[in-house]
Write a protein that binds this ligand. Structure first.
Ligand code: FMN
Length: 288
């Protein structure tokens, strides 16, 4: 096992689940605690409960997956009752707890950070890269493409918690946008890691001449994302200070994939498509 230290916490292994649709309930967390992962990521969660987008909202294709879940979760009211039990179970399993938070405004993120403070969370992952959320029928802008908004969100969070922060980003095709995000992160000392990448926005696939997802467009994940996300890891590693770790995510399904990401500059890795498709226990395919 490859032990690593993140934000002052020792993770007994360098892999974990990525935030996804099967990391939100006590049953999901129990299943993740039973794996050999070094940490458990809970969420993403939002302040208000969300049903997410209409089904079908998940498609597993040849070498890729497409989803438009839209972050269904129980909201702060639900997690006020459940979160402490979840983080306690994670600690008792010898792992580190990470809460993935997602908001629609700066106060949203700040209120979720306060929830983390009160419920035994070890680290907060700030999801700035979710592409699959509709508000009033319109797709929400992706926060990680707007450096000023990133400063505001992170400023609100750091005023509400002293917990170490991981920042999860959308993949950037423009290297200048990636550099701008790296500058925000470098200037926010509470950020101890970037997590790259969230799904590639607005993919589209057909089966039998029909869109595979109800809402049409969805986030692309799985093996087809690996070269893109490894490129993000490589670029961030070369420009971020070494006080900021890089966590790789995108198309990781085997120990071989984990090794590739480590060579590209990642300190740890996450996987979502692997477990959404094959079940929580599939995470152990990443154990050495
Ligand atoms: C079904 C599904 C739901 C997801 N939900 C979230 C989420 O709530 N928050 C988040 O930050 N990322 C979410 N993601 C993105 C993953 O965490 C990950 O960044 C992306 O899928 C790439 O990794 P993979 O190729 O291992 O799936 C989701 C991915 C999938 C497949």
């Amino acid at each position: 096992m490859n032990e690593i230290t993140l934000g002052g916490h020792i993770l007994p292994a360098n892999f974990m689940n990525a935030a996804c649709s099967i990391a939100k309930t006590p049953e999901d967390i129990a299943a993740l605690c039973a794996t050999k992962a070094g940490a458990v990521v809970i969420g993403s969660i939002t302040p208000l409960p969300r049903e997410g987008n209409p089904e079908p909202r998940w498609y597993s294709g040849n070498g890729f997956a497409l989803n438009s879940f839209g972050m269904p979760n129980g909201g702060i009211e639900y997690y006020q009752n459940e979160l402490l039990n979840m983080t306690t179970a994670i600690r008792e399993a010898g792992k580190v707890s990470i809460l993935s938070i997602a908001g629609f405004s700066e106060p949203d993120y700040a209120s979720l950070a306060s929830l983390a403070n009160e419920n035994g969370v070890d680290l907060i992952e700030v999801n700035l890269g979710c592409p699959n959320v509709q508000i009033d029928g319109k797709q929400k802008a992706i926060a990680s493409f707007d450096p000023d908004y990133m400063y505001k969100i992170l400023g609100g969070i750091t005023a509400s918690t002293s917990l170490p922060l991981l920042v999860k980003l959308s993949p950037y095709s423009n290297p200048a946008d990636l550099q701008a995000a790296a500058t925000v992160i470098t200037e926010t000392p509470q950020v101890i890691a970037v997590v790259t990448s969230n799904t590639f926005p607005n993919g589209y696939a057909l089966a039998n001449d029909k869109p595979v997802l109800n809402v049409g467009l969805g986030g692309v994940s799985g093996p087809s994302l690996k070269a893109i996300a490894m490129g993000q890891v490589r670029q961030f590693r070369s420009i971020l200070p070494h006080t900021v770790a890089v966590i790789g995510v995108g198309g990781i399904e085997s120990v071989n994939d984990v090794n590739d990401y480590i060579l590209a500059g990642a300190s740890a890795v996450q996987a979502a498509t692997l477990i959404v498709r094959d079940g929580h226990a599939a995470l152990d395919r990443l154990a050495i």
